[in-house]
Design a binder for this molecule. Structure first.
Ligand SMILES: Cc1cc2nc3c(=O)[nH]c(=O)nc-3n(C[C@H](O)[C@H](O)[C@H](O)COP(=O)(O)O)c2cc1C
Length: 146
């Protein structure tokens, strides 16, 4: 991972954000989570552990940040090639996710949708959609794409 706080580097990373992520432009820190499937353990049946490791690292990082009073938002809405260039990341490395970090501040500047989302009750997929007891259940299949 690379945590970016240097103002110049941060500006250049922020230039890679997609329009909808305008809110992240105020953040004082953004962390890039990186991996290369060939550098981590590979098992049979296409099990590339790199993505599991990256997910665990990103989740633990976010839990610790929240514990320290920060707000965190993982985002995939950015131009990965431009973001890699901004951080000097080699071609072979995948920049999977950025985690935007900030202390909570005023909601001014958020569009209507984001303003509503800030205070809306969180909705999560029901447990039955992601969990089966003892054996495979077709309920675990993703819903057909609309
Ligand atoms: C993998 C992933 C990618 C995401 N990408 C974006 C994004 O590009 N832009 C965005 O506004 N939110 C994105 N989100 C959602 C926000 O980060 C969301 O605020 C975060 O998941 C916290 O949700 P909660 O406030 O409901 O707990 C993404 C979430 C995940 C898990």
């Amino acid at each position: 991972m690379i945590t970016v706080t240097d103002p110049v580097r941060l500006e250049s990373l922020k230039a890679s954000l997609s329009q909808g992520n305008y809110w992240a432009k105020k953040a004082p820190a953004i962390t890039a989570f990186l991996a290369n499937a060939d550098w981590s353990m590979k098992m049979d049946s296409g099990r590339d552990l790199a993505w599991f490791e990256l997910g665990m690292a990103a989740m633990n990082y976010q839990l610790q940040a929240v514990k320290e009073g920060l707000h965190v938002h993982p985002i995939v809405g950015f131009n990965a090639a431009a973001a890699k260039l901004a951080l000097g990341v080699p071609e072979a490395v995948t920049l999977e996710v950025l985690v935007v970090l900030a202390y909570p501040g005023p909601a001014a500047g958020l569009n209507e949708r984001h303003l509503a989302a800030e205070t809306a009750p969180r909705s999560r997929r029901p447990l039955e959609a992601v969990y089966a007891a003892n054996a495979w259940d077709d309920r675990l299949l993703p819903a057909p794409k609309a």
